[in-house]
Design a protein around this ligand. Structure first.
Ligand code: AQP
Length: 348
C-alpha cells in the first residue's frame, strides 16, 4: 500500500474500505476485480494496525428495483462469498451498509456538498439511467455521494475497486476537497483508488465491449460464483471469440476484445501476466484454449462456491457475523460523523 494520503501536511492513518452491491449473484468480475484483491489487502495489512472494512452496500442495491426476498438472499450470499473467498471476520470488519446509519447520515451532508453537474457526468448514471432519466430514482442519481460517505465516514484512505468504479472514487475526492474547502478544515482525506492486476475490467462473455455484470439480462454473459462446473464449461465454450488463433504477444490482441478478455481471465486466475500466458498458448485455436480456461476456472472457483453453499445453510450465523461487524464499524464511524456535525454547526 502506498503512503498515507496527505492533505495540507496532515497525514491520515491508512485504512481500507470497499463494498459490493447485493444486486444479484456475485460474478467472476466481482471476484477478480474486487473480492480477491480485498483478501490480498486484508492479508497484506495484518499486524500493522490497519483496519480493513468490507461492506455489502444494500442501500446502493435499491437504487434500482429489488425484490425484498432477493435482496435479503443476495446480501447473505454476498457475505458468504466474501468469507468463502478468504475474508475473515476476525481480521476484517464485514457488515451490511444499512446496519450502520452513519453512512446515510453523512450521505445527506454530501448530497448538499456535491453538485448536480458532477453527478450528471458519471458514466454509471448515464449507463444505468439510459434515455429515461426522468423515471430513474433520485437514489440512482445521488449514488456517488452515498458512496463517498461510505468511504469517508471511516476516513478510509485506500479503496480497492475495479476499473469501472474509478470515476466514483475520484468524485469522492472532489467531495472531500469541497467539504474541506467550504468549511476551512482539513478533515476528510484524499482517498486513493487501488486498481491493479490483470482483471480490473472483466468483460461480458457475449460482448467484449461490455463489462461482465450481475444485472446483465443474459446469464450467458457472465460466470456466476455459484455456477457449477458444467455451467462454467458451457458458458466458456459458447463465449464469443473470433476465428483466428491466439497470438504469442500482447500486441496481437489489439482489436480483439473477446480474445483479450479470455486471456486476461486466464492470466488473472492463474496469477500470471498476459505475456506469460501468451508465450504458452500462442498459436492455439480457441477450441483448444477454451477447455484449458474452463478447467482452470472450475479449479479456482469450485472450492469457493462449495463453501458459499455450506455457509448459506446457516443464515443465522451469517447474520451474527454482520451484526457484530456493524457494531465494530459504528465504533469508527460515529465519532467521525459527530465531528462532521460539529464542523457543519449541527447541535449534538
Ligand atoms: N466486470 C468487472 N470487472 C472487474 N471488476 C468488476 N466489478 C464489477 N464488475 C466488474 C467490481 O466489483 C465491485 C463491486 O461492484 P458493485 O456491485 O458495487 O457494482 P458494479 O460495479 O456496478 O458491479 P456489477 O456486477 O456490474 O453490478 P450491477 O450489475 O448491479 O451494476 C467494484 O469494485 C467493481 O469495480
Amino acid at each position: 500500500m502506498s503512503d498515507a494520503p496527505q492533505q495540507n501536511g496532515t497525514a491520515f492513518p491508512p485504512r481500507v474500505f470497499s463494498g459490493i452491491q447485493p444486486s444479484g449473484g456475485l460474478t467472476l468480475g466481482n471476484y477478480l476485480g474486487a473480492i480477491r484483491r480485498f483478501v490480498n489487502m486484508q492479508e497484506a495489512n495484518q499486524g500493522k494496525g490497519i483496519e480493513t472494512l468490507y461492506c455489502m452496500v444494500d442501500q446502493h442495491a435499491i437504487t434500482v428495483p429489488q425484490s425484498p426476498a432477493d435482496l435479503t438472499r443476495n446480501t447473505r450470499e454476498l457475505a458468504a462469498g466474501y468469507i468463502a473467498a478468504g475474508l475473515d471476520p476476525a481480521k476484517s470488519i464485514l457488515f451490511n451498509q444499512s446496519q450502520v446509519a452513519e453512512h446515510a447520515q453523512l450521505g445527506w451532508i454530501f448530497n448538499c456538498v456535491a453538485r448536480m453537474g458532477w453527478m450528471q457526468r458519471m458514466t454509471q448514471w448515464k449507463d444505468k439511467a439510459g434515455k429515461n432519466t426522468q423515471n430513474a430514482s433520485l437514489g440512482l442519481f445521488a449514488y456517488p455521494a452515498l458512496m463517498a460517505a461510505d468511504i469517508l465516514v471511516y476516513h478510509a484512505t485506500h479503496v480497492p475497486v475495479g476499473e469501472d468504479q474509478k470515476q466514483h472514487v475520484e468524485l469522492t475526492r472532489d467531495i472531500a476537497a469541497k467539504f474541506n474547502h467550504d468549511y476551512g478544515v482539513d478533515f476528510f482525506p484524499m482517498t486513493e483508488p487501488v486498481i491493479e492486476g490483470a482483471a480490473t475490467r472483466v468483460m461480458s462473455l457475449r460482448d467484449g465491449s461490455k463489462k461482465m455484470s450481475k444485472s446483465d439480462p443474459s446469464d450467458a454473459s457472465r460466470i456466476n460464483m455459484t455456477d457449477d462446473a458444467d455451467a462454467i464449461a458451457q458458458k466458456i465454450r459458447k463465449a464469443r471469440t473470433d476465428p483466428d488463433a491466439l497470438p504469442s504477444e500482447v500486441e496481437g490482441l489489439k482489436d480483439r476484445a473477446e480474445a483479450r478478455n479470455l486471456v486476461n481471465i486466464y492470466a488473472a486466475l492463474d496469477n500470471r501476466t498476459v505475456d506469460q500466458v501468451l508465450s504458452e498458448v500462442g498459436g492455439k485455436q480457441f477450441s483448444e484454449f477454451k477447455p484449458m480456461l474452463a478447467d482452470l476456472a472450475v479449479a479456482r472457483l469450485s472450492p469457493i462456491s462449495t463453501e458459499m453453499a455450506r455457509l448459506m445453510q446457516t443464515p443465522d450465523e451469517i447474520d451474527t457475523i454482520l451484526r457484530s461487524g456493524a457494531e465494530r464499524a459504528r465504533a469508527i464511524a460515529a465519532p467521525i460523523l459527530q465531528q462532521t456535525y460539529d464542523i457543519v454547526g449541527m447541535i449534538r
